[in-house]
Structures are given as C-alpha cells and as structure tokens.
Design a protein around this ligand. Sequence first.
Ligand SMILES: O=C(CO)COP(=O)(O)O
Length: 254
Amino acid sequence: MARKFFVGGNWKCNGTSEEVKKIVSILNDGKVASADVVDVVVSPSFVFLPLVKSSLRPEFHVAAQNCWVKKGGAYTGEISAEMLVNLDIPWVILGHSERRLLLSESNEFVGDKVAYALSKGLKVIACVGETLEQRESGTTMDVVAAQTKAIAERISDWTNVVVAYEPVWAIGTGKVATPAQAQEVHLELRKWLQTNVSAEVAASTRIIYGGSVSGANCKELAAQPDVDGFLVGGASLKPEFVDIINAATVKSSA
Ligand SMILES: O=C(CO)COP(=O)(O)O
C-alpha cells in the first residue's frame, strides 16, 4: 500500500509573532510538491496556532505540540484535546522526547494521551526514540517497542496515527542518523506493528524520521524504503524546510 509522504515542522518553544509571520510567508511563497504526494503539517507553539492556521496556505495543516490526557477541567496550564478540536486544529504531536525526558512523561501517560486525542477526532504524530545510552547498550528496539506497545495497547484504529522515530541523540545535535540507521529502526518498527497489531496497519502506517534533518541530508533519508517522511525541528524554522518538503519527490519518482 502506498504511504503518502509526510513532513512535519516542529517549531518547539520558538519564535515571536513577527518571526512566525515571516516563516509562514516563506512557506506560502515556496514552490512545493503537490498535496497529492506530500502532507505538510507545521506545529507552532499553542499561542501562535490561530495566527498560523489563519495565514498558512490552505493545503498545509497545523498541529499542536501537546494536549492534556483527558477531558479538560481543573488542570492549570494545560490545553485539552476538546479545545484543539474547537479551534479546528487537526493534528497534535504527542510523546516528544523533550516532554518524555524533561517532564517525565511515561510510556503509559503518552499512550493514554494518544488514545484520548484520537477519541476526540484529532490526528496524532506519536514520537518514539532511544537515548544515546540506550543505543550504546544495544536496547534501541526494546525501548522503541515498549513506547509503541503502550500506544498499541490503548488504541484500535491506527488510521489517524503517524509514528515519528526520533533518536534522542540526533535531536538538535547535528548528528543525524545515517540512512541505514534510520531504515533499520523503521523496518523493525514496521515488523513490530505487523506482529503485534496487524499486517494492514504495518503496511499503511507512516513512520517518519526526526533528528537533525536538513536540506542537505533529507533526500538520502527519504530514499530509504521505510522512511515515509520527516519530523523536523531546527530546519523547519528556515527556508530549507521547503527543500525538505520536496524530498517527497524522491518517493513519487521512484
Ligand atoms: O525534535 C525534533 C522534531 O520533533 C528534531 O529536532 P531537530 O531537527 O532540531 O534535530
């Protein structure tokens, strides 16, 4: 089954309204591959979501960077899935390693968030990935499988899930995974889905790579058979994000 290329831009906790307007205008002016071959989703901080949503070219979509684990209420500082739905925000990133590590979000907590967000109709970019220490001790697949399992145990429909494999050692370090390293984990993840969920879900779920993706390295990564796109941090704030979106043509011309 053909999996449509997916490119997400995670702007993290960056930008002023002026800077955000500038990035949006670069994206709006960019010459990009057709929406038939690539899904593009950018994720500004919550406070800029309405601004970006209202000014971004219509074929690009927006994502929140997090949402609360259940129905809103007395949870000071949190943003609920219902609020995102209310504002017509279609996507949410959940389980990013910065939240897992800095805010101690457990696999189970992330799994609960994914399940709740899906139940409210949001589409989810679910992040998994190992630390350098875990990679060096040979436990990469155990870690990634446990993170994926906590999600798989809580959901039954994967249609609205994109899995982002983001090795922690590659995030913001300039130390991108080699195409072979990315392909190896993506293939293992797909096999895990095949064994533990279904062949259909394994074949249709997009597994995207994140961690120091740039205009210079995106094509080689995109050429890997199990790399279905990217989740981009730093480079998504720069004009080269347009080149990363266009790495989709590596697949469509294959
Ligand atoms: O964390 C990331 C995307 O979610 C990747 O960040 P960088 O592209 O800056 O390494």
